[in-house]
Design a protein around this ligand. Structure first.
Ligand SMILES: [Zn+2]
Length: 418
């Protein structure tokens, strides 16, 4: 029986959301937290985007160093030979890639304006897959953008050709959040049986069904004899109304009626890391976690009404489906209410030593402290907010990687005045 794997796309779909973005150090911290949690893959960014390549390279190095232990780092590019060549030129260490192309008639007419036919789309995808394979990569996923509005027979052909040319997974993108659990189950089940390829579910929340659709799609893939890979984002942040929330998706797999115990995760997920990850993403994006967010919202375990409070005090199972400790909640948090010394882009050595000293970090000598402080200042310039403890510790521990993350070198831009 097939299994369910999580591919988190916060560092790709999340950061391409209007009004939101992350510093390269923040993206790196998210990769580290996802890895600690046991997530199968992080779609860590855009290998053809000039300002990403040093960040992507630095994260590949973290994987080589064993700082990132088991997580796959997957890049996202368009399914064209040109993008493949640029990606490997900028990030030669890439091991996992997803190639994306629109497949629906709506996009063929509305986006490509009739300049591409279905055959052109197939050819572009096949050529791109072949080009990736020539670079000796570990896994390839092929994405059908707007799959939910694509003719099913064409989708099956697209997925079958992808497999025949060496793709490992087919990504079904419900780009507009158009599906519902009933339609996506049927569609995915048919594709799984007809194309015999592992299927990724990429669901958006425009109708409030991203998690439900992801779960139903995964069931369709497994019932059709294939593994399922669900695309999630932390706190559901993604384009427009967002994507399937990571924590809610994992909870649904582990806790929901008739799924729990039957449909299983391919890798165990440490939900106890959920609280820390959700809080960090909220801080980094500058987007509060909704009060009623499953598992990690302030009200997820709050009871006020007399009947519920009485019931939960007698036995939590009366009114709670799962325990707050499973999400890593319950530790009291210390919030400074008096004098506070923060890291900042104009910070000095004495304040910095005070902050690091509180975390029991000491430096060999003044020049080492000065070197780390400089990196911290640069990180503050990029994030425009005080760094969290884990970020400061990361910089102190891996200064060379931090330096790379904080370096922006404009490529293909002529020298001013040259
Ligand atoms: Zn998306």
């Amino acid at each position: 029986m097939g299994k369910i794997y999580i591919i988190d796309v916060t560092n790709r779909d999340g950061v391409q959301t209007a009004r939101l973005g992350l510093a390269k150090l923040e993206k790196t911290m998210i990769n580290i937290y996802l890895d600690e949690m046991g997530v199968f893959q992080s779609e860590f960014g855009f290998p053809t985007t000039r300002h990403e390549y040093l960040y992507l390279e630095a994260n590949e190095e973290l994987a080589e160093m064993g700082v990132l232990k088991s997580i796959h780092l997957g890049g996202w590019i368009r399914a064209t030979v040109g993008d493949v060549e640029t990606a490997f030129k900028l990030v030669p260490k890439l091991k996992h890639l997803n190639l994306s192309i629109s497949t629906s008639d709506q996009m063929i007419q509305g986006k490509f304006q009739g300049r591409k036919t279905r055959d052109d789309i197939l050819k572009s995808m096949i050529d791109a897959v072949e080009a990736v394979r020539s670079h000796g990569i570990e896994t390839i996923g092929v994405n059908a953008e707007d799959a939910s509005r694509t003719d099913l027979d064409f989708l099956i052909k697209f997925a079958s050709e992808a497999k025949a040319h060496g793709a490992d997974r087919f990504r079904y993108c419900d780009t507009l959040g158009y599906d519902n659990p009933f339609t996506i189950y049927e569609t995915i089940n048919t594709i799984a049986k007809s194309a015999s390829i592992a299927i990724e579910l990429h669901c958006h929340n425009d109708l409030g069904m991203a998690v439900a659709n992801s779960i139903a799609g995964a069931k369709g893939a497994i019932d059709g004899g294939q593994d399922a890979y669900i695309n999630t984002t932390v706190n559901g942040i993604g384009e427009r109304a967002g994507n399937a929330d990571l924590v809610a998706t994992v909870l649904a797999i582990l806790k929901s009626k008739s799924l729990a115990g039957k449909y299983q995760l391919g890798m165990p997920i440490a939900l106890t890391k959920a609280w820390k990850l959700a809080k960090f993403a909220s801080y980094a994006f500058g987007v509060p976690i909704p009060l009623n967010q499953p598992g990690v919202g302030d009200n997820a375990f709050a009871h006020a009404s007399g009947i519920h409070a009485d019931g939960v005090l007698k036995d939590p199972h009366n009114y709670e489906l799962y325990d707050y400790t499973e999400l890593g909640r319950g530790e009291p948090e210390l919030v400074e209410t008096g004098r506070e010394i923060c890291s900042g882009e104009y910070g000095g050595i004495s304040g910095f030593r005070h902050i690091m000293g509180k975390m029991e970090v000491s430096f060999a000598d003044a020049s080492e402290a000065e070197k780390i402080l400089t990196l911290v200042r640069y990180a503050n310039v990029e994030s425009q907010k005080p760094l969290v403890e884990d970020e400061l510790l990361f910089i102190a521990k891996y200064p060379e990687i931090a330096k790379k993350l904080l370096t922006l070198r404009p490529l293909d831009v002529p020298e001013i005045g040259a």
